[in-house]
Design a protein around this ligand. Structure first.
Ligand SMILES: [Zn+2]
Length: 585
């Protein structure tokens, strides 16, 4: 029995024979059935797992993944059995287990020494189980695999005129051309029942809340797609246009800058809506698959120094190097779209030319290497992560190539077909800010030597004068999307630090968990309790450049995680999610 904790792919050992069983690597449709009668430690026998596979199996973080689905068991039973099987394979748990593969059709199990008699009896038993619980599942599985429809569309959003750029408060002049176009891209996906999800990615600093709300209202009105099924994500490139009109006065610019941002935002909204309409018009039969790899250029950027945290590379700090990839082939199996994620600021560059930074180059390289496809970058929880080294165009291109290569590496692993339904949910949680500064403190800050402190004090004093108080709370949106039975995507608002993705990938009970940040409302940094208590830029210092009063209260992390749990529960509870067949049309 293999007791190694190392990831195992396609090779399993049994308690009765220590030689590995190897499943075929072909991507063609092959149905492999595995039965795994497991007993828990107290002797309670679990029902046999019946797993209908697309031909590949692997041991993942949260369990043994055998192809794409267990169609015949309630989810709780499936999760329990799978977890037990995983423990058996990786930790040598005390429970008795047996594990056999039986091939059907053209599939071959290359275990030459499996006794013929034993195989026969297993086939008979397995066929009996199949007849009882799984025959219809085979039919459903085959149908579900091609039951998706998907389409991609993209529109250039590079400003046509020079305009002020986002990302660095110290910028002192408008843009000077481009080295690369910026895009808004739309991936539309529809399940067999007509439920649809629209994912919008963008080479932008962020998604203003007002933009998200306006686009969501139009998408509901025009296409009947509810707001919870619309995800807007920004790559957070620091070489994009400043589209946040409310940032302009903080940086001490003229009204022209505000008007520029408002004009750009109006045109951007129309481009997003037309790109969504184009994608929805082009929905065509497709498959969904998942794979993943790793990529290493992101490093934690919070370095403890002189009693605080400096923005410098910290090789000891937490990182999330995962590169999750959603692969969308058409019905014939030809690649159409790649959606990939990474948790790292797009801050290799800080010059005055428009550019998507490493994420822009990763998408560009993938689209060049796979002519005709659309590559999408989905920003992860990279609030405290920077690409290193930085500051040269060549480095942004190198990081882009590195990330594109990671996606290519993921594509060389056995794809995991996704089957089942689309589900989506969205909840809002109210976050408290810490106690804001008093008027006296603000008056002192107003004469600070630091120009940003002075302007922040002026903004808060103006708010105090006009409303009688300073904002004390923020309504924070949390979104959950479920792609079939296996892939759960959580989209968090704001510049979320990496602790959130690391914690949620451990705590959420789903076969595949993908955490996106910078989604739906990118208003500022979202620290974990750890980062909040450590202090520094991401803990609240960055609010100096915004209209927000200052750091969040200590409850920030707990409230967000609880809301994620509640939102995720919705997508696993169809009645709570309020879906009816074809209700998304
Ligand atoms: Zn940032």
């Amino acid at each position: 029995m293999n007791k190694s904790r190392k990831p195992v792919q396609r090779n399993f050992s049994t308690t009765t024979d220590d030689r590995p069983l190897t499943l075929p690597q072909s991507k063609s449709r092959r149905h492999v059935m595995a039965t795994a009668p497991c007993k828990s430690g107290d002797g309670d026998t679990l029902a046999p797992l019946l797993i209908l596979s697309a031909g590949a199996c692997s041991v993942g973080r949260s369990g043994v993944q055998l192809g794409n689905a267990s169609m015949s068991l309630p989810r709780r039973q499936w999760v329990r059995g799978r977890r037990q099987l995983f423990q058996s394979l990786t930790e040598g748990c005390a429970c008795h287990w047996a594990f056999e593969f039986v091939s059907f059709g053209s599939a071959n199990v290359s275990h030459q020494r499996v006794a013929r008699q034993r195989m026969k009896s297993r086939v008979l038993i397995s066929i009996a189980v199949l007849c009882i619980t799984g025959l219809t599942a085979v039919v459903e599985l085959q149908a579900a695999d091609t039951a998706w429809r998907a389409a991609a569309a993209a529109t250039v959003i590079t400003p046509e005129q020079p305009m002020w750029m986002a990302g660095y408060a110290a910028r002192d002049k408008p843009s000077e051309g481009k080295v690369q176009d910026l895009f808004v891209k739309v991936l539309a996906i529809e399940d067999a029942a007509g439920q649809r999800v629209v994912i919008v990615t963008s080479d932008l600093i962020g998604i203003p809340r007002a933009l998200r709300e306006s686009v969501a209202a139009s998408v509901t009105e025009r296409h009947g797609i509810p707001p919870q099924s619309l995800l807007l994500n920004a790559s957070h490139t620091h070489c994009g246009p400043e589209l946040r009109a409310d940032r302009a006065p903080i940086s001490g610019e003229s009204g022209d800058r505000v008007r520029q941002a408002e004009d750009y935002l109006r045109s951007l909204e129309q481009k997003i809506l037309s790109t969504i309409a184009t994608a929805l018009d082009q929905l065509a039969p497709a498959k969904l698959e998942y794979c993943h790899a790793r990529c290493g250029f992101a490093m934690n950027r919070r370095l403890p120094q002189d009693g605080t945290y400096q923005n410098s590379p910290n090789p000891e700090g937490p990182v999330d190097h995962a590169v999750p990839v959603l692969v969308v082939p058409n019905a014939a199996g030809e690649l159409q779209s790649l959606l990939f994620g990474y948790a790292c600021h797009n801050t290799t560059l800080g010059f005055f030319q428009f550019c998507g930074d490493y994420a822009g180059y990763a998408q560009e390289f993938l689209e060049a290497d796979h002519p005709g496809i659309t590559a999408f970058f989905l920003m992860g929880c990279g609030g405290d992560q920077n690409p290193y080294p930085r500051s040269k165009l060549e480095l942004a291109q190198q990081h882009g190539r590195t990330l594109a290569n990671s996606v290519e590496a993921a594509l060389q692993t056995p794809p995991r077909p996704l089957t089942g339904a689309l589900r989506s949910a969205m909840q809002t949680v109210t976050l408290d800010f810490a106690t804001p500064p008093s008027r006296e403190e603000l008056l002192q800050q107003k004469v600070s030597d630091n120009q940003y402190e002075r302007r922040h004090a002026e903004v808060l004093l103006a708010e105090l004068d006009s409303t009688g108080s300073i904002r004390a709370q923020y309504d924070y949106p949390v979104q959950a999307l479920r792609f079939g039975d296996d892939l759960l995507m959580v989209a968090l608002a704001g510049e979320v630090v990496v602790d959130y993705s690391l914690k949620l990938k451990e705590s959420l009970d789903a076969p595949i968990v993908w955490i996106a940040g910078y989604s739906n409302d990118v208003f500022g940094y979202v620290p974990s309790l750890r980062v909040l208590r450590e202090g520094g830029y991401e803990a609240g210092g960055a609010f100096m450049y915004s209209r927000f009063p200052g750091p969040f209260a200590d409850s920030v992390e707990e409230r967000i995680l609880k809301t994620v749990d509640a939102t995720v529960a919705e997508v696993f509870n169809e009645r709570a999610a309020g879906f009816t067949p074809a209700g998304g049309r």
